[in-house]
Design a binder for this molecule. Structure first.
Ligand code: HEM
Length: 404
């Protein structure tokens, strides 16, 4: 997105995840956007780019004017595989309200705390394997398996399946980088069909015999309470795999990179582990895993003086808002003592991340375990870092590290 700005605010703006320089550090590209009202661009539909903190927050809180239901031409080509039941993140109230209510009880801080011992065990097992290696890749050896195994534990699925789970969530991710209308690659389709069949079987099993896990509680919400329709249980399971894995893995990777590049801040956390929750909030603000999310204008409206016609796509840049100097002092400085730190990494409004308590707990366990176990942890010098080319997610392909 660059050449076809329709108003002057967009002049010089470029958002190009296939450009390596942009991927390495997108933040300088947002400066012009943070100084002016949202620019409009002509893509296959008109698109407004919303970057300033107050504009992002106002847009996300106004679900009446800015819908989460994908435009047909932009929606994922998955209906023939998964059916057309709505999911919580791609729906508006009142459907969203019903779906969110049906699943909220499984994500309360208390329910999430019950998972803590299991996630600690997983983190301990992963760090024990790393200890045997010395040199390791934080992404492959820790940041990727930890969230996948945690979600498997939440759903009540054997942890041995976690490799397959990762493959499925990668297939879902691959869909988000397909151009609108492009055909689905065969390998992706094969994975998605296998995932659907597997979940269908697991749902069936819980119908016959309930277990103390999330799938059983979703099945009960459908069959006993009638709050989830047929197809909606499946849609929610798929969403969890997509929303919960990639984001948390990338949070751990981006956060570790920030910490290692700022040894003074790493020292602060090592000396005073009680600062870890604040450090995690700063990691989420400074280099969070979600670059952007999308909305559509439901009627003619405006955002900070920019007229937006019905049907306009709204490209909401969470990453830019988190570096807005009008909201954060020295926004490009990584400061774990930053106060207040009301970042938008988990979104805002009715769709605020349902998994935030789980993500925060996983991150706390991840950093606590790894920092404690490896007192001399460091980056491999001069390793070249490559980010995944995505409009929506920001994450490293690998992060080479050393324990000594
Ligand atoms: C650091 C990790 C994470 C980040 C940064 C993150 C970020 C986000 C964001 C920005 C949204 C709002 C999307 C929108 O408004 O369109 C969202 C929604 C959501 N997230 Fe997360 N997420 C993370 C981890 C998780 C985890 C671990 C889970 C579950 C296991 C999860 C489940 C969800 C769900 C179900 C929604 C939809 C909520 C709704 O629409 O009401 N997320 N997340």
């Amino acid at each position: 997105m660059s050449e076809t700005a329709e108003n002057s605010a967009g002049a010089g703006f470029s958002f190009n995840p296939s450009d390596e320089k942009f991927r390495r550090n997108p933040y300088p590209y947002f400066h012009a956007l943070l100084a002016a009202p949202p620019p409009l661009f002509k893509s296959f539909i008109p698109v407004a780019v919303v970057a300033r903190y107050r504009d992002v927050s106002a847009t996300l809180r106004d679900h009446l004017h800015f819908s989460s239901v994908p435009i047909r031409r932009m929606s994922l080509p998955t209906t023939e595989i998964f059916g057309s039941a709505p999911n919580v993140v791609s729906s508006d109230p009142p459907i969203h309200t019903r779906l969110r209510r049906a699943v909220s009880a499984d994500f309360t801080p208390r329910r999430i705390r019950e998972m803590e011992p299991r996630i600690r065990e997983i983190a301990d097992e992963l760090t024990a394997s790393i200890a045997k290696k010395g040199d390791f890749d934080l992404m492959a050896d820790f940041a990727i398996p930890l969230p996948v195994m945690s979600i498997a534990a939440l759903l009540g699925i054997p942890l041995e399946r976690h490799e397959t789970f990762k493959q499925w969530s990668e297939a879902l991710m691959a869909l988000t980088s397909l151009a609108p209308g492009a055909p689905m690659p065969d390998a992706v389709r094969t994975n998605l069909v296998a995932m659907r069949d597997y979940f269908a079987e697991e749902i069936d099993k819980r119908r016959r015999e309930s277990a103390p896990d999330l799938i059983s509680s979703l099945v009960a919400a459908h069959e006993e309470g009638g709050t989830l329709g047929p197809g909606e249980v499946m849609q929610f399971l798929i969403l969890l795999l997509m929303a919960g894995n990639e984001t948390t893995s990338n949070m751990i990777g981006n956060g570790m990179l920030a910490l290692m590049r700022h040894p003074d801040q790493a020292l602060l956390v090592r000396r005073e582990p009680a600062l870890l929750p604040r450090a995690i909030e700063e990691m989420l603000r400074y280099d969070g895993p979600v670059l952007s999310i999308f909305r559509t204008a439901t009627e003619d409206t405006e955002i900070s003086g920019t007229a937006v016609e019905k049907g306009t796509g709204i490209f909401v840049l969470l990453a830019a808002a988190n570096h807005d100097p009008a909201q954060f002092r020295d926004p490009d400085t990584f400061d774990i003592l930053r106060e207040p730190n009301d970042h938008l990494a988990f979104g805002d409004g009715v769709h605020f991340c349902l998994g935030a308590p789980l993500a925060r707990m996983e991150a706390a366990i991840a950093f606590e375990t790894i920092l404690k176990r490896f007192p001399h942890l460091r980056l491999v010098e001069n390793a070249s870092l490559d980010y995944k080319p995505s409009f929506f997610f920001r994450g490293l392909n690998a992060l080479p590290m050393r324990t000594e």
